[in-house]
Design a protein around this ligand. Structure first.
Ligand SMILES: Cc1cc2nc3c(=O)[nH]c(=O)nc-3n(C[C@H](O)[C@H](O)[C@H](O)COP(=O)(O)OP(=O)(O)OC[C@H]3O[C@@H](n4cnc5c(N)ncnc54)[C@H](O)[C@@H]3O)c2cc1C
Length: 358
């Protein structure tokens, strides 16, 4: 029997695994994917996340792989209007954050188990039995569901995911190359028709993360993301005929969900990160909040598992939810307000994503 089984090897699961392994607690990490991904996704680490990474011995490598200062270059109807400096965070692709955390975790003696999808959970007084898609079972004292917005853990426990989906608010995303486009700026083009496209250079790569308002089909629906549609969006908003987007390594569409789990603990099972809360991306708080969840859950589980008398139990386990559930509620309200601010602000020339920052 292991002490803690973690479902999901995103930033939340990997941070939690490092927190526990560092304290000498036996931990296993299950990941349904067959191997690591290479998607830029969450690309901004805030100072509080860097503090957590400092404690687990990963901050130096993270800082070496990322970029401290980024200039946000704003254009309106194709014309350059203004440049603004980014805040105190670190720009770094999410795949690289996960790679650094996996490296650190391996140094602590733990490797992610790929091709291991959690599909069943049974709890009794002494522990939890997790069932995997390939028929294996794993016994553990505690299970942490760090398995993202579509969390199997949350679904299996029938924990309500309360909130709503913003049907109208959708974005296409991807990682592409844009030969000839300067990599010194996070380019943000907005147009008086209300649409826009942004290309952010991902450090240590030749790619840009593209975020854009989707094209609509004849009936007002959003068109799926393709390189061709990205190019059409780029031509419409950036108006730089010499630049041809190329080599997409990630194509995706994102819809704004504003939801949180009704509970973050059910007996010996916990939820953390996107499994417990999803919300608008304005302000870049999702991954950072998951990292703080992981730090808090690591503290809670370590306190119980390393308590020599074994007297710390229910109250100590409840501390995690008591601390983090109000944070999740505030996160949903805050990011909704930030998103409204960004959507209103980009109609004015010279404003971009900084309208969603503090
Ligand atoms: C374009 C974009 C920009 C963003 N920018 C930012 C930003 O600047 N800052 C920020 O803080 N956040 C940002 N985010 C949000 C961020 O990407 C997420 O909040 C973050 O990935 C959540 O991490 P997680 O570890 O909780 O979940 P995930 O990253 O979703 O990881 C969950 C993992 O669990 C695995 N899994 C799922 N089900 C199972 C199962 N049954 N068994 C085993 N494994 C399973 C999945 O394969 C996955 O690897 C952005 C997102 C997008 C799309």
């Amino acid at each position: 029997m292991t002490d803690v089984l973690i479902a999901g090897s995103g930033p939340t699961g990997l941070t939690l695994a490092c927190e526990l392994a560092l304290r000498g607690i036996p931990v296993r990490v299950l990941e349904q994917r067959e191997g690591p991904h290479r998607e830029s996704r969450g690309k901004g680490l805030d100072p509080a996340s860097l503090e957590v990474f400092g404690r687990i011995g990963a901050a130096e490598r993270m800082c070496a792989a990322g970029a401290r200062k980024v200039i946000l270059r704003k254009y309106f109807d194709g014309a350059h209007v203004k440049d603004t400096a980014s805040g105190d965070g670190l720009l770094i692709g999410q795949w690289r954050i996960e790679e650094v955390l996996r490296e650190r975790l391996a140094e602590l003696g733990v490797r992610v188990e790929y091709g291991a999808e959690l599909v069943g959970i049974a709890q009794e007084a002494a522990g939890v039995t997790a069932r995997l898609a390939d028929g294996r079972t794993v016994r553990t004292r505690y299970l942490a569901g760090c398995d993202g917005g579509r969390s199997s853990t949350r679904t299996l426990l029938r924990i309500p995911f309360e909130g709503h989906t913003e049907e109208a608010l959708m974005m296409v995303l991807g990682d592409v190359r844009a030969p000839g486009l300067s990599r010194d700026y996070w380019h943000q083009w907005f147009t008086s028709d209300g649409g826009g496209i942004m290309l952010c250079p991902i450090p240590g790569t030749e790619t840009f993360q593209l975020q854009g308002s989707p094209e609509e089909d004849g009936e007002g629906g959003a068109m799926p993301p393709t390189l061709e549609s990205f190019q059409r969006l780029f031509d419409r908003h950036a108006r730089l005929p010499g630049i041809r987007l190329a080599d997409p390594t990630w194509l995706s569409a994102w819809r704004s969900n504003v939801r949180m789990a009704a509970r973050m603990r059910e007996g010996r099972v916990f939820l953390a990160g996107d499994a417990a809360h999803v919300h608008p991306i304005a302000g870049g708080r999702g991954m950072n909040t998951g990292i703080q969840d992981a730090a808090a859950l690591g503290r809670t589980l370590a306190a119980v598992l390393t308590d020599p008398g074994g007297s710390l139990r229910e109250d100590a386990l409840d501390a995690y939810e008591a601390e983090r559930l109000p944070v999740a509620a505030e996160l949903l309200a805050d990011t909704t307000r930030r998103m409204e601010r960004v959507l209103a602000a980009v109609r004015e020339p010279g404003v971009g994503t900084e309208a969603g920052m503090d």
